[in-house]
Design a protein around this ligand. Sequence first.
Ligand code: G3P
Length: 216
Amino acid sequence: MELYIDTANLEDIREIAHWGILSGATTNPTLLSRESGNYDEIICEICDLVGGPVSAEVMSEDAEGMVKEAERLVSLHKNVVIKVPMLPEGLRAARELSKRGIKTNVTLVFSANQALLAARAGASYVSPFVGRLDDIGHDSNAILTEIVEVFSVNEFSTKVIAASIRHPLHVTQAALLGCDIATIPPAVFHKMVKHPLTDKGIASFKADWEKAQAEA
Ligand code: G3P
């Protein structure tokens, strides 16, 4: 499973990109609204930092407007992928963009049937929001399982991005269930890398080494 970063914060992206484990990034209007500066420049810089697909969302409500916005966004950088909302107009836009060779990520997906529609519209990616499903008492694992199975049985090339990740267990579950990608907030990356036994082990190796050196 590939790991994307789910933020528009350049400092956080720079830091995690240095770990050498990122394959891409996802943004959304909320994430961009938290940053200051020119959004086009931020998107370009994210593209350069991660060296892979970067989702940028369109805000129009009709397919024509979405396609127009998409054409401008993809002209910013070759890594830009267009996020379109899971709506009839979003599906129309995904179909049109796919005809033009522009990659899309259908976002705000909460069911296997929505994912099926996105795949049939020619989406390159679908983003089921696991955290928001869990928030309202639904079983995000069951829905991810269905989406992965539907895509496998039907031999769709559309990739599944587990999004709205809230904690490290969501990442493990996405990987176990066969998602292609998990898009992860910086804070969750920091939790994933930590383990108390790792810290304890490093401290005891260091202490033993220093003791041996002192006695040599
Ligand atoms: O990028 C979309 C998604 O990951 C949003 O997550 O935490 O706002 O539900 P969240």
